[in-house]
Design a protein around this ligand. Structure first.
Ligand code: S3P
Length: 450
């Protein structure tokens, strides 16, 4: 879906205390991969806890368009009848991937080594995002791509009829690019090797192993070498999707900055390649505890408990931690604005090519709320104003970016004056229950122009 209809402005007022239990939705990364790998397996994959946000629904629609049978059974339960590796059929129409960079990039990889042609488009945000980072490695398999200037959507991919396996060193830390190459490698005879200079989220590797592919990961001193043997038969799986640490970040961080709060966020996936935010928050002095730590479905899981933390200090976030918290910098910058001292986030230039330029979106919105910001191409620095110290009283642009919208809503819950966003519609891409969930904890959110 390329548009969510008319803009829905939303205002957050000083709230709290936030109290209670927040059951956040399923993990977005694992949800996309469950549908795609289910579609590439032979037989029926059963999924529970699937994120039913628009991004993932667009992947369900894409898998149907490529010939898989995807059935929603209600309550987060889904069934996928896969067509097997190389079994995708040619979609009859353009695939509209809405807002989802992850969805479109993974699916481009998944179809790239089957001799079919598919055309992809998306919303105004997705049509600005670079696809060359995907089509460059896919070209090594023999896939051809015809897109707009700068490798932008709409774009047509002609899958390689006789794909050759590739050896590819990632030029940037991107799990999407890594995963697209691995998914393409599934239908290339021989070994496809991806070399990651920095570790990124490893759900694709873990899930491919679960589906029965032969895949090995060699962590060398400076890099990870991932080797996949092509043309396996993927066995269908029963998948319980853990809850999303990137969505949990919003109730957790809101609780840390809203006076008197105490919030429990259960069953959160804490794969180390995703958990950088929680390490950072603890270094800042957040009252954040992990309870009931366990392993479920091959992923580490815990219950998070966050309490109001009036004494958080700004820190230097180590740049090497960026891949493990890449989606969390917007909400971290809101926490940083409520801490004392400077928080320095370096090595974050990938934020500029997300659903929006997230450095610019956070910098402009926080400045409008009265926070002093410094930035350069690869850095964001937030000058903290102490607990409850952000003046607010401003409107921030959501820029078709769910995480920007939710970050400013959390900002408004702790600011002196209300904070408004011009459009809360994009929140539905990853966290469709954000508004009732936060309101249930005590947040004051209103859809309005006031
Ligand atoms: C994702 C990878 C990240 C992340 C995105 C989800 C994934 O993107 O920002 O929300 O599921 O692989 P990059 O791989 O471009 O860093």
């Amino acid at each position: 879906m390329s548009s969510h209809g008319p803009a829905i402005p939303m205002t957050a007022r000083k709230s709290g205390p936030l109290k209670g239990t927040a059951h956040v939705p399923g993990d977005k990364s694992i949800s996309h991969r469950s549908l795609i790998l289910g579609a590439l397996a032979v037989g029926e994959t059963r999924i529970s806890g699937l994120l039913e946000g628009q991004d993932v629904l667009d992947t369900a629609a894409a898998m149907r368009a490529f010939g898989a049978d995807v059935v929603e059974e209600g309550g987060g339960h889904w069934r996928v009848h896969g067509v097997g590796i190389g079994g995708f059929s040619e979609p009859e129409d353009v695939i509209d991937y809405g807002n989802s960079g992850t969805g479109v990039r993974l699916v481009m990889g998944a179809m790239a080594t089957t001799a079919i042609t598919a055309t992809f488009t998306g919303d105004a945000s997705l049509r600005k995002r670079p696809m060359g980072r995907i089509t460059d490695p896919l070209a090594l398999f023999g896939t051809r791509a015809y897109g707009r200037a700068g490798g932008r959507l709409p774009m047509t991919l002609v899958g390689a009829a006789d794909p050759v396996p590739v050896r590819y060193t990632l030029p940037m830390a991107s799990a999407q690019v890594k995963s697209a190459v691995l998914l393409a490698g599934l239908n290339a005879r021989g070994e496809t090797v991806v070399i990651e200079p920095e570790a990124t989220r490893d759900h694709t590797e873990r899930m491919l192993t679960g589906f029965g592919a032969e895949i090995s990961v060699e962590p060398l001193a400076e890099e990870r070498v991932i080797t996949l043997v092509g043309q396996p038969e993927l066995r269908p799986q029963v998948i319980a999707v853990p809850r999303d640490p990137s969505s949990a970040a919003f109730p957790v961080c809101a609780a840390l900055i809203v006076e008197g709060s105490d919030v429990l966020v259960p069953n959160i996936g804490l794969n180390p390649t995703r958990a950088g935010l929680y390490e950072t928050l603890r270094e800042m002095g957040a009252d954040l505890t992990l309870e009931n730590e366990r392993v479920e479905g091959g992923e580490p899981v815990a219950d998070l408990r966050a309490r109001f933390s009036p004494d958080m200090q700004g820190i230097e976030v180590p740049p090497e931690r960026a891949p493990s918290m890449i989606d969390e910098y917007p909400i971290l910058s809101v926490v940083a604005a409520n801490a004392t001292g400077k928080t320095v986030m370096r090595g974050v230039k990938e934020l500029r090519v997300k659903e929006s330029d997230r450095i610019d979106a956070m910098a402009r919105g926080l400045e409008a709320c009265g926070v002093i910001i410094e930035e350069d191409e690869d850095t964001l620095i937030v000058h903290g104003m102490g607990a409850g110290g952000v003046p607010g009283g401003a409107t921030a642009e959501a820029r078709l970016d769910h995480r920007i919208a939710m970050s400013f809503m959390c900002c408004g819950m702790a600011a002196k004056k209300p904070v408004k966003i011009d459009d809360s519609g994009p929140i539905a891409t990853s966290f469709p229950i954000f508004e009732p969930l936060m309101a249930g904890l005590g947040a004051q959110l209103v859809r309005s122009n006031s």
